[in-house]
Design a protein around this ligand. Structure first.
Ligand SMILES: NC(=O)c1ccc[n+]([C@@H]2O[C@H](COP(=O)([O-])OP(=O)(O)OC[C@H]3O[C@@H](n4cnc5c(N)ncnc54)[C@H](OP(=O)(O)O)[C@@H]3O)[C@@H](O)[C@H]2O)c1
Length: 292
């Protein structure tokens, strides 16, 4: 197959551990109901999003049992099982949900072990390609205890040694936490909040780039608050592209280790996001966007 009938390959690929993944993937969080809680309004449409993504060459799907909870993983299994060797699922552990949709810490070693086994069972897998340890940052900062991350990562490293996890990553971590985890086992990817309008994580992006670790920014399109910028709009207009394509391409040109997982519940948006990632930005546009 060529990149013409696999558009997701057009933005190139990057290695996450031993896996060669296309730099444009798919984030499955929006496939749960409103507030990432409960079932989606249209389950058939959610299944269609996933099947279309894989049909367009997406081989990297980001998920978590906390989405729904459980619903996103159940939909992924219904849509894509058996996965074959061309679909890689990246999941995360560390947060769980309460009965009203609140996000709670789930980061004791016992809870992390249970979450890994739950992900395996719900996805129907014998081994998880990538598991990211999500810290409590932004959820319950008071509950973050220095040194705790090492104990949590050790629990996941044990499961990796048992053959249940191929690669380990981190989510919402500082430079110090990245280094703390790396003293235990290699970190294959970091998933932190970063986009054209929110660049406070630049130091972690630079550190991962210098160490050939994949950097997967979440909220690449702004997440719950869509990106708004006059510069983004005017650059897009000048290039005859959409602001979304420009925002994606800006991220991809930022560093070769950046991989995108835009989230959507719409097949039309999915197609737009995959096509948009192939946009080449001229240097003057990059300079203008850098100055936002
Ligand atoms: N590690 C973490 O703590 C963490 C946190 C948040 C997210 N994530 C991961 O990162 C992924 C991406 O984040 P995200 O989905 O929250 O945010 P995002 O990709 O920045 O934006 C998603 C939002 O943009 C809309 N959208 C997508 N494509 C569009 C298009 N072409 N035109 C107009 N609107 C469009 C979606 O609505 P429609 O459904 O209407 O398209 C949705 O509301 C998630 O799916 C999840 O896997 C991880």
């Amino acid at each position: 197959m060529t990149t013409t009938n696999r558009p997701a390959a057009q933005a190139g690929s990057y290695r996450v551990g031993t896996l060669g993944l296309n730099r444009i993937g798919n984030g499955a969080m929006k496939l749960a109901g409103p507030g990432v809680f409960g079932p989606p309004r249209d389950r058939a449409a959610a299944i269609e999003v996933l099947r279309t993504a894989v049909g367009l060459g997406v081989n990297h799907i980001d998920t978590a049992d906390a989405y729904g909870p459980y619903i996103t993983n159940e939909i992924i299994r219904e849509a894509l099982f058996p996965y074959g060797d061309h679909v890689h699922i990246v999941t995360k552990v560390g947060l769980v949900r309460d009965e009203r949709g609140g996000w709670l810490p789930g980061n004791s070693p016992e809870s992390l072990r249970a979450q890994v086994h739950d992900n395996l069972r719900r996805l129907g897998l014998g081994v998880l390609d990538v598991v990211n340890l999500r810290t409590l940052a932004g959820i319950d900062d008071r509950a973050t205890v220095p040194g705790e991350l090492a104990r949590q990562f050790e629990a996941l490293a044990e499961l990796q040694q048992q053959g249940l996890i191929r690669h380990l990553g981190l989510s919402t971590v500082s430079l110090d936490q990245l280094a703390e985890a790396q003293r235990i086992v290699p970190v294959a990817c970091v998933q932190n909040f970063y986009n054209i309008a929110n660049r406070s994580d630049a130091a972690v992006l630079a550190a991962t780039a210098s160490q050939d670790i994949a950097y997967v920014p979440y909220f690449p399109l702004g997440g719950f608050s869509p990106l708004q910028s006059d510069v983004l709009e005017s650059v897009a207009k000048r290039l005859g592209a959409t602001p979304i394509a420009v925002a994606e391409s800006w991220l991809l040109q930022r560093s070769p280790n950046v991989m995108l997982i835009p989230g959507t519940s719409s097949v039309d948006h999915l197609r737009e996001n995959i096509a948009g990632a192939a946009l080449a930005l001229p240097p003057d546009a990059v300079a203008e966007l850098d100055a936002i």
